[in-house]
Design a protein around this ligand. Structure first.
Ligand code: FAD
Length: 347
C-alpha cells in the first residue's frame, strides 16, 4: 500500500498498516488500538495537505471514510461527518439555500480536515461558520465537543493543529445563513471577477462559479488532466510581519527591485501585516515553472504551489522547498514556513 496513491502530490512511500474506517466506531476503534499498542497513527483525509516521506509511514494509516450530512435543530445548522468530501458539502449547502461556505468552493480534501488548519480562501474561512467540532480526544480516550471559541482558530491554524494529532475530528457543525444570496464579498480579486464592489452580495451559486473559475486558472482545483494541480495547494503560508520586519523587507525590495517597488500587504490586525509569500518568492528569483530538473517544480500557474511533474520524489520536492525558503531568507530576511503537514520529512 503506497501512500502516493492517497496524496494529491502523488508522493509518499508505503504504510506499515492501512485501515479504512467507514463508521465512527471503526475510526475510534482503529485509533484506540494503535494508541494502546504504542503504534504511531496517521489520520488520513483526502491527502491534499500532506507531504509524506519516500520511506513511507512506519505505523498505521487510518483513512477517514465516515459519511453523513444533516440539517438539524435551529435553522441553518448543518452537521457533517469527517469523511465527507468538502467540495460536495459546499455544493450541497448552496443547493439547500444556505450561504457561508460559497468562497470555500473547490478546496480538495474532506470536511473533517477543515478545522485543522482553519481552511480558508477568498475572504472566508471555516472559523466564521463552525459552531462546534466533535472529536475523539486521544489523551483522554473520550469523545469531546469543542465549541468554536475553544478551537483556537487563527490564520491556517487551530488548537487541533497545534496539539499535533491529539484530536481526531469526527464531525463538524456549521451555522449557515438561510439565503440564496452570498455573504458579502470580502476579497478584491473575487469582487473584480464578479463585477461588484467589496461588501456587495451576489447569488451564492454565482460566487461559487467565480471562485471555481479563479481557482482553476491558478491550478487550485484538482484536475487529473492538469499536472499543475499535483500539489498541496500553497506550500508556504503568507508570513505575518511586524512593522520592523516589514521595513526590512521594504528596504530589501528597494535594493533588489528599484525605488518604485511597493511590497503588497494585507492588514492582519494588532499592527501586523500579511505579505504574499508568492510575491517574495518571485522577487527572490523563482519564477512560475522553475525547476531544478529532478521532477519537482513550481507550478506554471501559481508561484506558491510546488508540483510533482510526474517523476519527482518527496526528497526532490523538499529540496526545492528548501532552495526557495533559503532564497527568500537570503533576499528578504523572511523565514517561510510550510503550510502542509510533513510526515517523516522536515524542511
Ligand atoms: C490544489 C489544492 C488547493 C488547495 N487550496 C486550499 C485553499 O484554498 N485553502 C486552504 O486552506 N487549503 C487549501 N489546500 C490544502 C488542503 O486542501 C486543505 O488543508 C484540506 O482541508 C486538507 O484536507 P484533507 O482531507 O486532504 O487532509 P489530509 O491532507 O488528509 O490531512 C491533513 C492533516 O489533517 C489531519 N487530518 C485529516 N483529517 C483529520 C481528522 N478527521 N481528524 C484529525 N486530523 C485529521 C491529517 O492527519 C493531517 O495532519 C489545497 C490543497 C490543494 C491540493
Amino acid at each position: 500500500m503506497r501512500l502516493s496513491d492517497y496524496t494529491t502530490l502523488r508522493l509518499g512511500g508505503p504504510a506499515r498498516r492501512f485501515v479504512r474506517a467507514g463508521t465512527e466506531e471503526d475510526l475510534i476503534e482503529a485509533v484506540r488500538a494503535a494508541d494502546s499498542g504504542g503504534e504511531p497513527a496517521l489520520i488520513l483525509g483526502g491527502g491534499s495537505n500532506l507531504v509524506v516521506a519516500d520511506e513511507g509511514f512506519d505505523g498505521t494509516v487510518i483513512q477517514v471514510a465516515t459519511k453523513g450530512v444533516r440539517q438539524h435543530g435551529e435553522p441553518g445548522l448543518v452537521t457533517v461527518a469527517a469523511g465527507e468530501d468538502w467540495d460536495a458539502v459546499v455544493a450541497w449547502t448552496l443547493a439547500a439555500g444556505l450561504a457561508g461556505l460559497e468562497c470555500l468552493s473547490g478546496i480538495p480534501g474532506l470536511a473533517g480536515a477543515t478545522p485543522i488548519q482553519n481552511v480558508g480562501a477568498y475572504g472566508q474561512d471555516v472559523s466564521q461558520t463552525i459552531t462546534q467540532v466533535r472529536a475523539y480526544d486521544r489523551t483522554a480516550a473520550a469523545i469531546v465537543t469543542i465549541p468554536n471559541d475553544r478551537c483556537g482558530f487563527g490564520y491556517r491554524t487551530s488548537r487541533f493543529r497545534r496539539s499535533a494529532g491529539r484530536f481526531v475530528v469526527l464531525s463538524v457543525t456549521f451555522r449557515l445563513a438561510e439565503q440564496r444570496a452570498s455573504e458579502p464579498v470580502r476579497y478584491a480579486e473575487l469582487a473584480t471577477a464578479l463585477g461588484v464592489a467589496i461588501g456587495d452580495r451576489v447569488a451564492s451559486a454565482e460566487a461559487r462559479s467565480a471562485v471555481l473559475e479563479l481557482r482553476r486558472r491558478k491550478g487550485m482545483v484538482i484536475d487529473p488532466a492538469d499536472p499543475d494541480t499535483r500539489s498541496v495547494g500553497s506550500f508556504f503560508v503568507n508570513p505575518v510581519l511586524d512593522a520592523a520586519a516589514l521595513a526590512a523587507v521594504e528596504a530589501a525590495a528597494r535594493a533588489r527591485c528599484g525605488d518604485g517597488s511597493r511590497v503588497p500587504r494585507f492588514d492582519a490586525g494588532d499592527g501586523l501585516v500579511k505579505v504574499p509569500a508568492a510575491w517574495l518568492i518571485e522577487r527572490a528569483g523563482f519564477a512560475k515553472g522553475y525547476s531544478p530538473g529532478d521532477g519537482a517544480r513550481i507550478s506554471a500557474k501559481h508561484t506558491l504551489a510546488l508540483v510533482n511533474s510526474g517523476s519527482a520524489t518527496t526528497a526532490a520536492l523538499m529540496a526545492l522547498a528548501r532552495e526557495i525558503r533559503d532564497g527568500v531568507s537570503d533576499t528578504f530576511g523572511v523565514s517561510l514556513t510550510p503550510e502542509p503537514d510533513l510526515v517523516g520529512v522536515a524542511l
